[in-house]
Design a protein around this ligand. Structure first.
Ligand code: T46
Length: 167
């Protein structure tokens, strides 16, 4: 699955101009706990360079543009955010970097959680380590699940035979 997940916001409005409405759990696929925006980013400055353990976000470039780089596992994808009607969903455990901000860029971000510095993974090394340990845990859960499935499947003929002979 691609790391680039767009949400389209149908522009409303009339001959006076446009309007976009963002509603939690409707146009935005989570409850909105926080809204912030990045603006006035200086020329040549890049931002982000972190991931979040739990936080989900939706980023919309309401004016101007910037380039978003997302990384997860072995994937690295990048995309330009330059439309007020397209939101980029950024899940948890995704490394993000923002580059090439235009001087007029206003990047609006809707977040699923309140601000919590403890949710940030601020170095790429820590991000890789945590992603790897989560992968190992997930793999172990899968193996345990498969083991119980196998035991269950092996027990079915025995249980069926026992209930047949009990009749
Ligand atoms: C993200 C990208 C897209 C707060 O006090 N409250 C807040 O809600 C936020 C977002 C930040 N801050 C403080 C923490 C730092 O002292 O504001 C300062 C700048 O934050 P940061 O360096 O994390 O900013 P960016 O532009 O690198 O990253 C931000 C978000 O933090 C991050 O979650 O995904 O925008």
């Amino acid at each position: 699955m691609s790391l680039i997940q767009w949400t389209h916001f149908p522009p409303l409005g009339d001959d006076r101009g446009s309007l976009v409405a963002l509603e939690g759990e409707k146009t935005v696929p989570f409850t909105i706990q926080r809204v912030y925006y990045l603006f006035g980013t200086k020329l040549g400055v890049s931002r982000g360079f972190h991931a979040h353990k739990k936080l989900q976000q939706l980023a919309v470039c309401v004016t101007g543009r910037c380039r978003m780089v997302l990384k997860k596992k072995k994937k690295r994808e990048e995309v330009w955010l330059d439309s007020p009607t397209e939101g980029l969903l950024i899940g948890n455990m995704v490394w993000r970097e923002m580059h090439d901000f235009s001087p007029d860029c206003v990047l609006l971000v809707l977040a699923s959680e309140h601000y919590d510095e403890a949710d940030y993974i601020r170095t790429y090394d820590d991000f890789l380590k945590l992603a790897k340990s989560l992968f190992v845990i997930l793999k172990r859960i899968m193996v345990i699940k498969q083991f119980f499935m196998l035991v269950f499947l092996l027990l079915i003929p025995k249980l069926a035979f026992q209930s047949y002979t009990a009749l």
